[in-house]
Design a protein around this ligand. Sequence first.
Ligand SMILES: CCCCCCC/C=C/C(=O)SCCNC(=O)CCNC(=O)[C@H](O)C(C)(C)COP(=O)(O)OP(=O)(O)OC[C@H]1O[C@@H](n2cnc3c(N)ncnc32)[C@H](O)[C@@H]1OP(=O)(O)O
Ligand SMILES: NC(=O)C1=CN([C@@H]2O[C@H](COP(=O)(O)OP(=O)(O)OC[C@H]3O[C@@H](n4cnc5c(N)ncnc54)[C@H](OP(=O)(O)O)[C@@H]3O)[C@@H](O)[C@H]2O)C=CC1
Length: 268
Amino acid sequence: MSEFAGRVAVVTGGGSGIGRAIARRYAAGGGSVAVLGRRAEPLAETVDLIGAAGGTATALTVDVRDFDQVSAAMTAVRDRFGRIDALVNNAAGNFVCPGERLSAGGWRAVIDIVLNGTFHCTRAAADVMLEQRSGSVLSVIASYAWHGHPGTVHSAAAKAGVLAMTRTLAVEWAGRGVRLNCLAPGPTETAGAGAALWGDQASRDRVLASVPQRRMAGTDEIAGTAAFLLGDGSAYITGEVLTVDGGQWLGKQVYGPELGAGEAADAR
Ligand SMILES: CCCCCCC/C=C/C(=O)SCCNC(=O)CCNC(=O)[C@H](O)C(C)(C)COP(=O)(O)OP(=O)(O)OC[C@H]1O[C@@H](n2cnc3c(N)ncnc32)[C@H](O)[C@@H]1OP(=O)(O)O
Ligand SMILES: NC(=O)C1=CN([C@@H]2O[C@H](COP(=O)(O)OP(=O)(O)OC[C@H]3O[C@@H](n4cnc5c(N)ncnc54)[C@H](OP(=O)(O)O)[C@@H]3O)[C@@H](O)[C@H]2O)C=CC1
């Protein structure tokens, strides 16, 4: 595959889960990748995996909550590779907490990483992309940005903000060669989400029962869609969100047990 040959991507949260899979997919397509995150060790593992497969990658330890760190990282990527063609805003923090028990600090923790972090990275990458008059920004959100899902008020508000940011900037920058889209995965097998959202078997079973396809996504499936949204095949798509969730958000409130919804019907 050479669809990304000569191109450069920055992937936040590229040391684990979905971010690592997207970084590997972009590199497999011939692109160079910079993975960003707070912990050096998982980032180095991603770089090694890409290198072992014959790709090119570099790691930068960055906290997306800090605009100066983010800005310095984008400059370093541009200095090393000469350009930035793609930015994947994938870094996130999450936990399930009923709204009435969520502290102001808990709200801020998630808003800071997801909403502020995404703006910081988009704003800093745009300096490069707008100057080169091309670029594609993809932000990983979740479908509860537009439907109700108990226990997610902090994350849902942050992801909805990212969607609004995406649509606004897509319109502002469309004439200057920069596209912005969102990808909304359904439940996806990652250690981070497992720990934060379905730590015990009962929670995992409840999540699975809410998915009409009755399985979680593999990270490679999400990475394949990301590659489409970052690549030339989606050149006329901007300001959009593509949901990859086995039918979860469409179906979970609708099916009854006779149609195979299992525990999902308990909510009615
Ligand atoms: C439900 C099924 C839906 C399926 C779709 C799922 C869609 C989305 C999935 C994901 O986003 S998966 C990504 C998961 N990955 C991570 O979360 C990795 C990174 N995580 C983190 O960094 C932490 O978990 C963090 C808490 C988000 C941030 O860590 P930080 O060290 O900055 O914060 P803390 O100092 O620990 O806490 C800050 C603040 O938050 C409160 N808090 C933390 N955890 C909880 C909790 N489990 N419940 C309630 N409150 C929590 C903590 O008390 C602090 O508040 P204050 O005490 O300061 O008020
Ligand atoms: N897995 C799922 O079911 C779903 C996931 N998503 C979204 O997909 C994305 C990836 O999630 P997933 O792979 O499951 O989870 P992970 O926990 O594996 O990924 C989160 C990544 O974000 C990085 N990160 C967290 N905080 C910061 C920060 N302040 N600065 C820089 N990097 C940070 C983490 O690295 P480090 O700790 O080293 O900084 C980590 O690599 C997220 O946006 C999530 O909301 C959406 C729907 C479903």
